[in-house]
Design a protein around this ligand. Sequence first.
Ligand SMILES: NC(=O)C1=CN([C@@H]2O[C@H](COP(=O)(O)OP(=O)(O)OC[C@H]3O[C@@H](n4cnc5c(N)ncnc54)[C@H](OP(=O)(O)O)[C@@H]3O)[C@@H](O)[C@H]2O)C=CC1
Ligand SMILES: N[C@@H](CCC(=O)OP(=O)(O)O)C(=O)O
Length: 404
Amino acid sequence: MNRMGREAREAAAVLRALPAETRSDAIRAMARHVRIQAPNILAANAEDVAAATSMVDRLRLDDARLEAIALAIEEVAALPDPVGAEIARWQRPNGLDIARVRTPIGVIGMIYESRPNVTADAAAICLRSGNAIILRSGSEALRSARAIHQALAAGLAQAGLPAGAVQIVPTADRAAVGMMLEGLAGSIDLIIPRGGKALVERVSREARVPTLGHLEGLCHTYVHLSADPDKAASIVANAKMRRVSVCGSTETLLIDRSVAATLLPQIAAALGDCELRGDAEARSIVPMALAGDADWTTEYLAPILAVRIVDGIDDAIAHIARYGTGHTEAIVAEDPAAAEYFLDSVDSAIVIWNASTQFADGGEFGFGAEIGIATGKLHARGPVGPEQLTTFKYLVRGTGQVRP
Ligand SMILES: NC(=O)C1=CN([C@@H]2O[C@H](COP(=O)(O)OP(=O)(O)OC[C@H]3O[C@@H](n4cnc5c(N)ncnc54)[C@H](OP(=O)(O)O)[C@@H]3O)[C@@H](O)[C@H]2O)C=CC1
Ligand SMILES: N[C@@H](CCC(=O)OP(=O)(O)O)C(=O)O
């Protein structure tokens, strides 16, 4: 692990000085090799799927999904290069010229779930932003991730870039996670944990380097009294049921008391097979199980939805502040003043008006792919793409000035 750290650090020094076009060529070469090595990747994936115990759909690759991975890599190659971009520039009265420019963070360590596409997306985004990356895939996807990494490494080699730029932890042993959290003897600049509660707890206990958490999504959709009934039904159904296991899926429905009797039955019908767990008032409108305290704090990642009747917009905002994880929340409303109030008041990474919480995704935001949805407040929030994986520095150009 420490050798990987050293190689990543050496590669990061090379990457930060490379022209954007060289990194674009390397990213495109990675996509080419994903296509060339498709049989190998699919064979490795079949072994993962055969051994999997859960979340098999998330794990499974086929020709179409592999092509989507290659296309996402190519989309990242085509994104504007953030490295060296000028954020601000000004002249001091003494003639000093000061520019604030984007610069890579350095070496990123990423720990993520058993989802094969993340290996390729994260590698492409890191190269686009001039960072080296050490990838730690979820254990159930390790064979697939290693096969994808082999293709990415072939692309790097073809473009003449150091192998240390994109590395993968070759073992499922969680001791490697512990070593990454300690920073690999000073090699890692930033750890990105992407996952659920157990990972959060370990990271908060053990991390010795800065972290950029991409954590649980306990997302809410609030139906305001001004909501259009058809919009409310289709948005809530999509927010919950489009894909129940993604972090942007809605876990709790909040609905205004004054419209609950008319809207809840329509929304419940649109939700189809979804299991509802509600407070006493919700149950008096639509038959459903009684929600307990745990239902307001559970990220189900399943076709289950908690339902609470609220006493207006401030009650909804207070519920979200108490139980949300800072990921994504939505309001369904026709009243623009209420919607803007909600957008301003809710302190989550993504706040949505009249659309599904499942839009919480870098691709949907136009980033090509994503590292994930950052759920903390520093240093980035919401979908993380190449720009969010840069920091900045100041370039000061003088003509011989000395400070009096
Ligand atoms: N905000 C975002 O962008 C995203 C958030 N998520 C969240 O991730 C969760 C779903 O994914 P899930 O599969 O449950 O993720 P997990 O948290 O189970 O796994 C994620 C990664 O963390 C590792 N891990 C978990 N616990 C530990 C531990 N105690 N010590 C060391 N490593 C650990 C896993 O390794 P191992 O395989 O060995 O268990 C895996 O590599 C949901 O909560 C979802 O909201 C998911 C995607 C994006
Ligand atoms: N942001 C991505 C999904 C991220 C996510 O939650 O992944 P996972 O938990 O592995 O299903 C999307 O909306 O497609």
